[in-house]
Structures are given as C-alpha cells and as structure tokens.
Ligand binder design. Structure first.
Ligand code: PMP
Length: 449
C-alpha cells in the first residue's frame, strides 16, 4: 500500500471536512498509517509532528498505552447501550468525576456525541428552562463577535466567524452579537485587563437593554480558538458572571476547545473563579480518542424539568450514541492520567518552553503579535509589523506555512494568517524547538515577496 494508491482511492469516494476539494488537485491528502505520541506516520514512513493535536482533541499522544488498555477492557465488557432507561458503570463514574473536577455548582451531566451537539443541548436547555419557569419571552442568545461554537445550524447561528457563517445566514436564527474583548485590538500600551474591562461596557448595556428576551450569553472562555486564537483577560468572565446574575440571564461556557488544561488550568473558567450555568465539554474529554461531549449544569436548572410526565416539561433530546461506553471509558482513562501524572503542573514547563522558543517571532517584520495562554501559542502574520495591516485572505499565506510544515515533518494548520501551536501534552522541549524552527522558516517562506 502506497500513499499514492490511497490518495487515488480516497479522492474517488471521499468528501473531506472544511475543504475545497479542488485544492487536492495540487495539495495531496496525507494517508496516515499509524501514530504514536506526537508523531503521525504516512504509508511511506514519513513522519509529521502533530502540533495541533489533530484539531485540538489529542491530549496524551496518539495510541496512548493507558487509554488503549482501558478501551480494550471496555470493548470486551460493554461497547454501547442506549442511555434512555438504561445506564452503565463508565457513564456513572465519569459523571461523578466531572461533577467533582468542574467549577462548583455544576452537578448534572447530559451527554451528546460531538461539540456542536453539546452546544445545541445547552441552547435548547437554557431556552426550555426559562419556558418551564413561565418565561416564554426569553428566546434570544447573546454571542461575541469572532466566536465559534460549531457547524450545526444552532451552533453556527451563535458563532460569528464569517467564513463559516455567511453562506448559511438565511437559515440561521438571529442572535445579538457584542464586540469581542479580543486583546489583539487593544490600543498600544493598553493592558489585556484594561481592554477587556473596557470592552465589557457593550456587553453590560446589551444585557441591560434586552434581559427580558435573552436566555443566555454563550462564550468561549479566554481564547476564541477558531476565530484565529484571539485571547482576552479573565476579568471579562468575572464581569460577565456578575452581570448575568444581575440581569437574570444564563451563562453558557463553551470549553469544548479550551477545557482540559489548554489554557493552563484544568478549565479556563477557573482563572476567573466563576461557575457558568452550563459548561460544554468535548474534544479533549476522551483524550482525542472518540467522539463524546457533555453539558454540565446546575441542579436548579435540572429541577425546572423535573415533574409529572403529563406536564410535558421533560427535556426530550437525544442522540443515538449519547453516553457511549467506550467514549466514557476513554474519558475516565484520560482523567486518570491528569490525576496520576500531575499534568497541569507539568504543563507549566511546557508552556514556558513554548514561550521561550517563540521569542524568535517577536521581532519578525511580518509578525503583528505573538500571544499565549497556557498551552496555546499563536503568531499573527501581517504585511507590516507596525501597522498590523493584514495580508489579503486570497493570498493564502497561511497555506504556504502549512505546506512548508508538511515538507519538513510538522503538521501546522494555520487559521488564515495565524500560525498556532496547540500540541499534545506529551511533546518534549526539543520537539517544541523543532516546531518553532519549522514555523519560523515557514513564515519566512510565506512572507517573502
Ligand atoms: N465549540 C468550540 C469552541 C469549538 O472549538 C468547536 C470545534 N472546533 C466546537 C464547538 C464544535 O465541536 P465539534 O467540531 O466537535 O462539533
């Protein structure tokens, strides 16, 4: 079996996600034969360092022996059973542990099978909880500009990345969108904190004006990942929590991308010392093994649905694979690794190594900003460092970095003109240096001429 054979077969039957398939006339898909740790290997033995954790899902390396073992045992015992009317040990234990490790007040777990579905669950639950409390006028959601919450129609509607949303806008519910605290836009000399506080004014006035019709504010805590890894200060979340309480509005924290240690704490909300009313988790939940997601919420919200069947207040939402036993077991093995290996503490050194190697980008004439939150580091490529004039999107400079990366054994997948590192936590400082070197050369190539 060669790369070429597989590519040919692939292109005759597959339609790849988030891809203009015509690009594959000149940009080959890469068939992966196997993967171990941070390394992917193709059918010709060429290796690629997975610097983006395969779309931010992988935490402890590919083919992790501890997760493999847990999965093999689970597969031998129970692979799946419906979660309506039935239950199983893995989902019960996972729920207990999630309640224990997430911010206080999140006491109930509702499962789905991918991030977008978790967002749909949180949106429906928020609306429905208000309805069950006799507040049918609360039907709208507040979102931040540049936010991303997934691709299904409800999740797309509460996101704001134009590239994904614009085409489908006639199909989407209307939302109220508020300027982002994205600190890339702060004034020269202004701190992240001050800019985030200043940006909150728009949120405050929006909530004051529309509270009666708003179900919830949905937000990606600390980092707007798909929105080019734009970052902000935790103070914004603190102010938002207070304002949501004051105005009687739910707070949905979408930690699908930032959860499980990505921002330096187990959950990003911890850095603001807040508990949301709903927390959506997926991606790293299973260590990058299987599609699983969960929405955690408060018992006070759960209680809004709890009544005699004939009152028709139940949350009649389901997915076939809700609470899949293999997914739950992979999640439990992942949580064991966090606990046994003191991962959050160990990651501080990796984050410091990422910071150190990023120095070389800071003075680059075509880098507008290098920003980092925990284990996420982003480099913003621009035409001119001083004016931060962006490159026209049509030039696809990020794609040139991607190609350079592949030629040199590193999988970087820039978001437009933003190159970022979001590696598995088993990466070594040497591998971080390799990654930075290749990214640096890639930026040289992409910005020459
Ligand atoms: N929310 C956020 C913050 C995300 O980053 C993503 C995926 N990139 C999603 C939701 C959607 O998750 P999924 O792709 O599993 O549907």
């Amino acid at each position: 079996m060669s790369n070429a054979d597989l590519v040919k077969r692939d292109l005759s039957v597959l339609w790849h996600p988030c891809t203009q398939m015509k690009d594959h006339e000149w940009l080959p898909v890469i068939p992966v034969r196997r993967a171990r740790g941070v390394w992917l290997e193709d059918f010709e033995g060429k290796r690629y360092l997975d610097a983006i954790s395969s779309w931010w899902v992988n935490l402890f390396g590919h083919s992790n022996p501890r997760i493999n073992l847990a999965l093999a045992e689970q597969a031998d015992t129970l692979e799946h059973v419906l979660l309506a009317g039935f239950t199983h040990e893995a989902v019960i234990e996972l729920s207990e542990r999630l309640v224990e490790i997430t911010p206080p007040g999140l006491e109930r777990c509702f499962y789905a099978d991918n991030g977008s579905s978790a967002v749909e669950v949180a949106l429906k639950m928020s609306f429905h909880a208000w309805l069950n409390q006799g507040r049918p006028g609360k039907t709208r959601f507040v979102t931040l500009e540049n936010s991303y919450h997934g691709e299904t129609l409800g999740a797309l509607a509460v996101g704001n990345v134009e590239l994904y949303k614009q085409t489908y806008s006639p199909l989407l519910m209307e939302t109220i969108s508020v300027p982002s605290p994205d600190c890339y836009r702060r004034e020269p000399g202004e701190s992240w904190h001050d800019y985030s506080v200043r940006r909150f004014e728009d949120m405050e006035s929006t909530l004051a004006r529309h509270a009666d019709e708003i179900c919830a504010v949905i937000i990606e805590p600390l980092v707007q990942c798909a929105g080019s890894m734009r970052m902000y200060d935790p103070v914004y979340l603190k102010l938002l929590r207070e304002a949501c309480d004051r105005h009687g509005v739910h707070l949905i924290a979408d930690e699908i991308a930032v959860g499980f240690g990505r921002t330096g704490t187990l959950f990003a909300c911890e850095q603001a010392g807040i508990s949301p009313d709903f927390m959506c988790l997926s991606k790293g939940l299973t260590g990058g093994y299987l599609p699983l997601s969960v929405v955690l919420t408060r018992n006070s919200i759960y209680d809004c649905f709890y009544d005699d069947y004939r009152k028709l207040t139940a949350f009649l939402h389901s997915h076939s694979y809700t609470g899949n036993a293999l997914g739950c077991r992979a999640a439990l093995a992942t949580l064991d690794i966090f606990r046994d290996d003191n991962v959050i503490e160990a990651n501080k050194q990796l984050a410091a190594a990422m910071h150190e190697t990023s120095e070389c980008f800071r003075e680059h004439p075509h880098v507008g900003e290098v920003r980092q939150t925990g284990m996420i580091l982003a480099i913003e490529m621009v035409q001119d460092r001083r004016s931060r004039k962006p490159y026209p999107w049509e030039e696809r400079r990020g794609l040139k970095v991607y190609q350079h990366g592949l030629e040199n054994g590193v999988l970087l997948r820039p978001l437009g003109n933003v190159i970022y590192f979001m590696p598995p936590y088993v990466i070594t400082p040497d591998e971080i240096r390799l990654l930075a070197d290749v990214a640096h050369q890639g930026i040289q190539v992409a910005t020459a001429g």
